[in-house]
Design a protein around this ligand. Structure first.
Ligand code: ADP
Length: 271
């Protein structure tokens, strides 16, 4: 059935009896193959900006007496360096969150803080496409988190929402208490959506529905893998609803720190 075994045969005494030991190596081989694929992917992803940078450096040297060309090449070198930097940054974040060890320090943080910080960091890209970023939800919802990582995860979702949406649309980030124990953060866009057959794979490292489009928007292909691992490290999960040509909603669900439900306006609280 496609399983792999290491079989060891050892003689037992002098009567011709043998001991047969079979060790199931299927998982080990699978882990090894995944690791090899990952290293090959990383090498490939690093090769592109590094190759471009060295080529540009050579070209700029040859164009020393043409200031316009120098400016143009310098701009492209800057672009490639940003790409390289994003990739290294994402690889470092991923290596922090994809292991088995728990995160060292989780502190209570409010979702407003996380949302405000994530949105602020996405603002420039949204303004450039005239995409309106809106935020809302219940106040005072708190989760136990590594704030920086949670901001990174939410920022990745908002960055994607902006990157995969046409100009003059809206991206809405909202929080919602699902029940007494869990809270949701939803990121909804009016973008290109994700084909149903691809949804299952988009959380894999380096998986892209449209590689050319992802690169063009400066994506590293690691954003959603980071979101998946960060939420799982916080005891939560991430899910997606999407309709091609209409838009997507990504939902991060997290355990809530026990807070009393706020009384609705006009209602009286119990003493
Ligand atoms: P990337 O850096 O390519 O954006 P991600 O891991 O963040 O990598 O996302 C993986 C792929 O999932 C993207 O390349 C894109 O095809 C798809 N995707 C992610 N978010 C959205 C979205 N909001 N709308 C449409 N497609 C999306």
């Amino acid at each position: 059935d496609g399983r792999w075994f290491a079989v060891r045969v050892a003689p037992l005494g002098s009567h011709g009896l043998v001991l047969v030991l079979a060790e199931d190596l299927t998982d080990m081989r699978r882990t090894e193959a995944i690791r090899r694929d990952f290293v090959a992917n990383v090498s490939h992803e690093l090769k592109t900006p590094v190759g471009a940078l060295s080529l540009l450096a050579e070209t700029v040297e040859g164009a020393a007496d043409d200031p316009d060309a120098v400016r143009r090449f310098a701009g492209r070198m800057q672009y490639e360096s940003v790409r390289l930097n994003n990739l290294v940054q994402d690889l470092m974040t991923l290596s922090r969150v994809q292991g088995d060890e728990p995160l060292p320090e989780l502190t209570p943080v409010t979702l407003e803080e996380v949302m405000a910080e994530a949105l602020e960091r996405c603002q420039i890209k949204a303004v450039a496409k005239d995409i309106q970023l809106a935020a809302g939800g219940e106040d005072g919802l708190r989760v136990r988190a590594d704030q920086e990582l949670l901001v990174t995860a939410l920022r990745n979702l908002v960055d994607n929402a902006v990157a995969y949406s046409p100009e003059h649309t809206r991206v809405v980030v909202s929080t919602r208490r699902c029940d007494e124990t869990h809270v949701e953060i939803n990121v909804t866009d009016q973008g290109i959506g994700i084909p149903e057959a691809e949804i299952e794979r988009i959380f894999e490292r380096f998986y892209r529905v449209d590689p050319a489009r992802s690169r063009q928007t400066g994506g590293t292909g690691l954003g959603l893998a980071i979101v998946k691992h960060v939420t799982s490290k916080h005891g939560g999960d991430v899910t997606v609803w999407s309709k091609e040509g209409h838009g997507s909603t990504f939902t991060i669900r997290l355990p809530l720190i026990d807070t009393p439900r706020r009384p609705a306006a006009g209602a009286t609280a119990f003493p």
